[in-house]
Design a protein around this ligand. Structure first.
Ligand SMILES: C[S@@+](CC[C@H](N)C(=O)[O-])C[C@H]1O[C@@H](n2cnc3c(N)ncnc32)[C@H](O)[C@@H]1O
Length: 425
């Protein structure tokens, strides 16, 4: 066997291992995990013929790794844009679709360069001028106008690839940086004293052409099976999925760290028509577990704990009380997050088959001076739903604060539920 090039810990576990020139790196999502980590978990736990589930699909890392190995995989997410992206990343493209994609991309390149063209399509993104400098925005608007026209005449799968290339271009050209755990606007630069527009448009067109070439190469690699990708809420899996079916779950749920997916995904979602208003963005993040964007935060403030659920972790109330001393809102956020996750754990127990295993990648958090040991709370939630052989493995130290780590929390559904019941007092 050829020796594999060494990879760093960050590449092994985080989105940084998902190379841009492969399908895994087609679009970046900071909280995505690495295909290397999924590969290791598949090697350890999954055989041909098994059915894998990822109930928090995100950018589809689990689904793609399974598709490449010919392993059946179902995946769900609450965000329709991520469903679209995962379908596009895991599709087996035909030669004609790739040829159509390349041919159509030339029309878009022409539109980017054609500064005389007045027809353009711009999304209703709030304060769009903060995202892109005017000449860049107009070029993006011309490109999207052209892509929309191409939708009528080109294979829809080829148009999907154009849209991925478009999202890459839009984010590369945006005034944003990814320094911290998620995206923020770059500091305003000194005003330019002379006009760079022409070179900038040329450079945009060159970026576009580079992306097209790289996406086309990655798209020619065939996936062996198409995963089933559906829009669904992880708190009500049984409404969509079969009970007692999955032999293995590999996933990374949202972390209880106030990270908003909508915040990072909104430029793509507005450009591709998945969002029209700020209200919609907040509502979607409110549906997501742990969401904080727009009205999601004010709704958390009004949220009342339903009386039917306790969080099965000794010490949970003390954690809530400790955080509440500094921020009652944050304490309620943590409570709602774990309330939602208890609903999810009950559902995941129902869809995993007897003897099947779950593997959750999760990070702990710290609010003020209070530690939130999310990994231990997950283990306790799994046990209280009926899972056994619970195990917590530390996989890496995160770079943000010294106490923050990432873990794999694993557990197994008893192989014989009847036997299990018989031994219970
Ligand atoms: C940490 S990300 C998953 C990242 C993924 N492993 C990847 O590699 O891209 C968590 C995902 O959970 C999704 N999510 C949040 N709440 C959900 C819910 N109630 N039902 C289903 N998905 C949800 C979010 O939209 C987000 O895509």
């Amino acid at each position: 066997m050829k020796p594999q090039p060494a990879i760093s810990t960050t590449q092994r576990f985080t989105f940084k291992g998902n190379r841009k020139d492969t399908r895994y790196g087609w679009l970046r999502l900071t909280p995505a995990y690495s295909m290397h980590l999924v590969s290791e978990l598949l090697d350890e736990h999954v055989q041909q013929g098994d059915n894998v589930l990822d109930p928090f699909c995100g950018t589809g890392t689990t689904a793609l790794a399974c598709a490449e190995r010919g392993i059946n995989c179902d995946t769900i997410d609450i965000n329709p844009f991520l469903i679209w992206l995962t379908n596009a990343k895991t599709h087996s493209y035909t030669k004609s679709e790739i040829a159509a994609f390349k041919a159509a991309s030339m029309h878009v390149a022409k539109a980017i360069r054609d500064e005389e063209q007045q027809t353009r399509w711009l999304p209703p993104l709030y304060q769009i001028e903060k995202w892109w400098e005017e000449s860049v925005l107009l070029a993006l608007g011309r490109a999207m106008h052209r892509i929309k026209k191409l939708e009528a005449t080109t294979y829809s799968n080829a148009v999907d690839l154009l849209k991925i290339a478009f999202c890459r271009l839009a984010i590369e050209q945006a005034n944003v940086s990814f320094g911290h755990q998620s995206m923020s606007f770059k500091k305003a630069e000194e005003p330019q004293t002379f006009d760079f527009r022409f070179s900038q448009i040329d450079s945009m067109a060159a970026h576009w052409e580079g992306s097209i070439a790289s996406i086309a190469v990655a798209a020619t690699s065939l996936t062996l099976v198409q995963p089933e990708v559906s829009l669904c809420d992880a708190r009500s899996l049984t409404s969509n999925l079969d009970a007692n079916f999955y032999s293995c779950v590999i996933t990374s749920p949202p972390y209880p760290n106030r990270m908003s997916y909508i915040r990072e995904l909104r430029p793509y979602m507005y450009w591709l028509g998945y969002l029209q208003t700020q209200r919609e963005a907040g509502e979607l993040d409110w549906q997501a577990i742990g969401g904080t964007w727009g009205c999601a935060t004010s709704n958390v403030g009004k949220w009342q704990l339903p009386s039917d659920t306790d969080i099965p972790y000794r010490g949970f109330n003390e954690i809530l009380a400790g955080v509440a001393e500094r921020s009652p809102l944050l304490s309620r956020y943590i409570h709602k997050y774990f309330y939602d996750m208890v609903q999810h754990c009950r559902e995941i127990f129902a869809v995993v088959k007897p003897g099947g295993a779950v593997n959750y990648i999760i990070g702990n958090s710290k609010f003020y001076d209070v530690m939130l040991p999310a990994q231990e709370i997950y283990a306790a939630m799994f046990e209280s739903c009926g899972f056994e052989q619970t195990e917590i493995r530390t996989i890496r130290k995160r770079t943000s604060k010294k106490e923050l780590f990432e873990f794999v929390v694993s557990a197994r559904k008893p192989s014989s539920m009847a036997k299990k019941k018989a031994v219970m007092p």
